[in-house]
Design a protein. Structure first.
Length: 196
């Protein structure tokens, strides 16, 4: 059950711009954003960071959502796991690859480079951080320095989002809930405290 109810603010240029961004990328304004809007500038700053980290650079935007999913799985945030699965589908990740994510190490749906990046996301998403020199060296065998920084940026962004949403027990919206029920629940995912 949510700890602080998300409330839509009155219309304003800042809210309208953020709403347009969210509607264009997700089709709805997430409850997490509605809560962030209560702190002046937070949602806008996070929106700008999210665009820079998730939708720019050399690493595929759909794969970045899978990286974010693994970091969220390491943190145990069911809200973010559902959102990243939904976002991956919106960014072109097919259902078969999303379903195979739970067995990515053995699945032919993932390349060796993708497998090591997902290992990296799981390790970097843990507290304490489990990335060691050997894992970092394996990353650099497959990814350029700029790509490693992009992937690290995804994990770091979701470190914030995981803690925000899990602490507040942010209620999960219908679309990510449906995606998670379809692709994640069979592998042990449950909405937990994020159920409406």
């Amino acid at each position: 059950m949510t700890r602080i109810d998300p409330v839509a603010p009155p219309p304003s240029p800042a809210f309208d711009a953020l709403q347009t961004l969210c509607m264009g990328t997700l089709g709805f304004v997430p409850n997490s954003v509605l809560n962030m809007l209560r702190i002046p500038g937070l949602a806008q700053a996070l929106g700008a960071m999210n665009q820079a980290v998730m939708d720019q650079g050399r690493v595929d935007a759909g794969f970045k959502r899978l990286v974010a999913h693994m970091a969220s799985r390491a943190a145990g945030c069911s809200y973010c796991m559902a959102h990243t699965a939904s976002g991956a589908r919106l960014k072109g990740v097919d259902a078969d690859q999303l379903d195979a994510l739970w067995d990515y190490q053995r699945s032919p749906r993932f390349t060796p480079a993708q497998r090591i990046a997902l290992d990296f996301a799981l390790a970097a998403g843990q507290v304490p951080n489990a990335v060691d020199d050997a894992l970092f060296a394996r990353m650099r065998e497959h990814w350029s320095d700029d790509e490693v920084l992009e992937i690290t940026g995804v994990v770091a962004l979701f470190g914030f989002l995981n803690r925000w949403n899990d602490t507040l027990a942010t209620p999960l919206e219908h679309h990510p809930m449906d995606t998670a029920q379809q692709h994640l629940a069979g592998h042990g995912w449950a909405p937990g405290k994020h159920a409406r």
